[in-house]
Ligand binder design. Structure first.
Ligand code: CA
Length: 224
């Protein structure tokens, strides 16, 4: 899962980036509203953490433009404690959730998880896919009830495939959801991650189909 944080306060941004990376998310940071716009036009993110008080272009403007492009990307806004008006304006402009500064990182992480869940399985914490279950809160995958060991990359890959189960996911989409900017991840590396994940899932009948030249698809599971 790839998160963009638009925050101009260096120590707040750094702490958020560090804490989210530790949890296995790919995180990129921009420091003003113009950079945020450019990043949002050029990349797909799974979540935007947006400070309202940004230089050059306010977070509110960035948010309004994002929604005017019909983007459904989840947005968590950050604002100073005395910025109640900003928070209300942000929610009215299409933000999904908010945090007032200063905040506890544990709370931020819980909100991030909650927003990510909404995009999957209608917000349920547990996703069932045949013999595979995925606990979105603890980020634990189980096959027939047995936890499986996955690297951070494999886990990220599985989350993306589960979010789009039955649908094609291109290699470019995988790179943009799994990797931070400047990370040199080739198509070959993606093939390696898919291969490793496949080896863990296929013995139990969970198949990742290669759509030659296009990408991958997590095979739908019959109700049987
Ligand atoms: Ca600010």
């Amino acid at each position: 899962m790839h998160i963009l944080i638009a925050e101009d306060h260096p120590s707040v941004a750094e702490a958020v980036v560090t804490s989210l990376r530790k949890s296995g998310y790919a995180v990129d940071q921009v420091q003003d509203g113009e950079e945020a716009e450019a990043a949002l036009e050029a990349n797909e993110f799974d979540l935007l953490i947006l400070d309202i008080g940004l230089p050059k272009r306010s977070g509110l403007e960035v948010l309004k433009r994002l929604r005017s492009r019909k983007s459904a990307m989840p947005v968590l806004i950050l604002s100073a404690l005395d910025g109640v008006k900003d928070l209300v304006a942000g929610l009215d402009a299409g933000a999904d959730d908010y945090l007032a500064k200063p905040f506890e990182f544990e709370v931020l992480e819980a909100r991030v998880r909650a927003l990510m869940r909404r995009g999957m399985a209608g917000g349920s914490t547990l996703i069932q896919h045949g013999p595979l279950t995925y606990d979105q809160t603890g980020r634990v995958a189980r096959l027939n009830g047995e936890p499986i060991e996955l690297s951070a990359r494999e886990l990220g890959l599985l989350e993306i495939l589960l979010r789009r189960a039955g649908r094609l996911v291109s290699k470019d989409q995988l790179v943009s959801h799994l990797c931070e900017w400047g990370e040199e991840v080739s198509g070959n590396a993606i093939e390696v991650y898919v291969h490793r994940l496949r080896r863990k899932l296929e013995p139990d009948g969970v198949r990742i189909i290669t759509v030659r030249g296009l990408g991958y698809r997590l095979e739908n599971q019959d109700a049987s």
